[in-house]
Ligand binder design. Sequence first.
Ligand code: ZN
Ligand code: ZN
Length: 435
Amino acid sequence: MASAASAPPATKGSLREDLTCAICCDLFHEPVMLACMHHFCKPCISRYWRTTHGPVTCPQCRREFSCRQFQTNFLVAAMVEKVRATSSHTYIKNLEKQLRESLDNQRLRTEEHVSSIRRGKDTMETIKRLGADLQARVKGEFRALHQILHDEETCILEQLRREQEEELEKVQRHLEALKLAIKELGENVTVLQQASAVTESMVLAELPQLRPCATVNAAPEFDANAFSSKYMAPLQYITWRKMFQSLKPGPSPLSFDVDTAHPSIKVSSDKTVAVECDTMTRHVDNDKRFLQCVNILATQGFHSGRHYWEVDVGSKPKWDLGVASESIDRHARIKLSPETGFWALRLRNRNEYSVCTQPCTRLQLGSCPERIGVFLDCEDRRVSFYDADDMSLLYSFANGPRGKVFPFFSPCISGNSQEPQPIKLLHYPPVALSG
Ligand SMILES: [Zn+2]
Ligand SMILES: [Zn+2]
C-alpha cells in the first residue's frame, strides 16, 4: 500500500529537469531565484524583463513584482555544475571505462574463485586418495605384524599341546601296563584259589603253574617345573626379540667398508665403529676411497626394497650421515645435497641440525638424539631420518635416489680440544658379522 502510493525515487533525469531554465530550456547559467521561488538563468530573466513591457512578472507563474529583483542561488549553481560535469562526454566515457574495468575485474575474480574451488576440490580428492592409500599401507604393516604374532602364538600353542599329549600318553601307558599286570595277577589268583580248593579233598602234589607276570616299570616322573618353565618365561620379550628377524624392513646389520674410509678414519676390527684420528692411517689407494672429505660408506649397498638401520652418534658435536649414490665423486671436496648424490642430515656445534640441501635447511629439534634411524625406500624414492629412541621423524627426503646407494657417514674432524668420539653401527638383536 505504502509502496504503491509513494513517488518513484528521484533519478538523474528528473534532477536535470529541475535544474533546467524554463526560458532557454537548458541547464541554468548563473541561476537566480525570484521572490516566487522560481529559478532562471540570470541572462535569461534579465533579457526577458528587458524585452517585455508592462509589470515585472515571473515567466512561469505570472506573479507580479514591484521591481526587477532576484537573488543569486549558490546552492543551485553548485548542483548545476555537478550535473553539468557528470553529463560531459569525457566524464561519461571515463565512467563507462571504469564500469567495464570493474565488470572485468569482478568477472576475473569470480573466475579465479571458481578455479580455486576446482583446485580445492582436486586437493580434497588427492587428500582422500592419499589418505586411503596410507590407511591401506598402515593396515598392511599391522596385518604383517599381527600375522607374525599369530604364527608365533600358533607355533607355541602347538608345541604346548604336543608336549602335554606326550606327558599324558606316558602316564596313560603306565596305567595300561598296571591294568594288564592286575589282570594277569588276577588270573594267577584264580589258579591258586582253585588249587587250594582241591587240596581240601586231596593232597596237593605240586604248586600249580602260574603265568609269569610282566614287570611294570616305575611310574613315570612328571616334572611340573620342567613342563611349565618354557611357558612361564617372559613370552612377550622372547617373541619381541624373535620378531626382529621377521620385520620388513628389519634393522640392517651394517658394517663399515674400510676400502672407502678416508685415511683419517680408523675402523674397529668388527667394522661397526668408526672414529677420526690425528694421523693418517696406512691405506691402499683405490677408486672407492674418499680422499678429500672425512667420509666412509657401509659395505652393504641397496638398489631396491626398503631398508632401515640405526647409527649411534652419542654426544658427538658434529657428524653427517645418510645415503650416498654409488656414483658420487670421492676424490673431490663436494657440498652434500641430493644434486651431488647425497641425502644426508648434519650436526654442527652440538645442537645445530640441518638437512643437506642447497642451500641447507635448518632443523629445530627439541632434543639431541643420540641414535639416528635411517629409512631408505628405494621404490618410493624416500630417505627419512628418525630419533631412534622414540622413532619421531626428524626429516624426510621425498626426492630420494635412483639406482644403487650406500649408507654414508662422516665422523668429521672435531678439532684438537675434544676427544674424538666414534660413530657406531647398531645391530638389533646382536648378530655375528662374518669377515
Ligand atoms: Zn535560461
Ligand atoms: Zn514564479
